[in-house]
Design a protein around this ligand. Sequence first.
Ligand SMILES: [Zn+2]
Length: 195
Amino acid sequence: MTGHQTSFLQELLGMSHSSTIAKPKLSRKIRVAVNRQKIARFSARRLCFYKKYASLVQKTLKRPLFQRFLRWMLMRESIEKHRVKDIQVRVLPFLKNNGNTLAGRCNRRGEIILYPKRLASCRRLESKFGKKSAFLYIKSRARAALVHELLHLKYSSNEDKVRRLTEKYLKIFTRGARNVRNPQMHNVLKILFPN
Ligand SMILES: [Zn+2]
């Protein structure tokens, strides 16, 4: 664990010299998408919330620090970037049969789809932990969902392994980004990885 952390930190330390390195192509595959047939089911106010949510997620996932982290992770896991064809940040949530929302999914063609948390759940989070935590949760959930789906490209149906690795990598990123001293981050990691 410590070893992995050090190498990501070393990656980060090299950042100032990275201007000659081509921008990772992964970020260009990230786009906001909406299922038009679903729009009618949402009020203007909720649509406005989900649009803002999607643009926050897109911005978060395209941040150079996170992109650099993803590149490092894909290299470590020997997942080739060209296996990722498309990363869609969907505006509207996807409800599973049990009433929970799906965070993301991917298929064999390398298409990754990420979904938001429901407005009601975000409100609950905000009233329990405060606005800052809710904001941080949305960003961390999106990073975790993308890491999770990228790992599925390699470990396909090994859900346990993918979950364990997602937690491991998210925590490495959090330490590397020095978010760990942020008191809200503690709550957020606990909600994302309860065990
Ligand atoms: Zn999974």
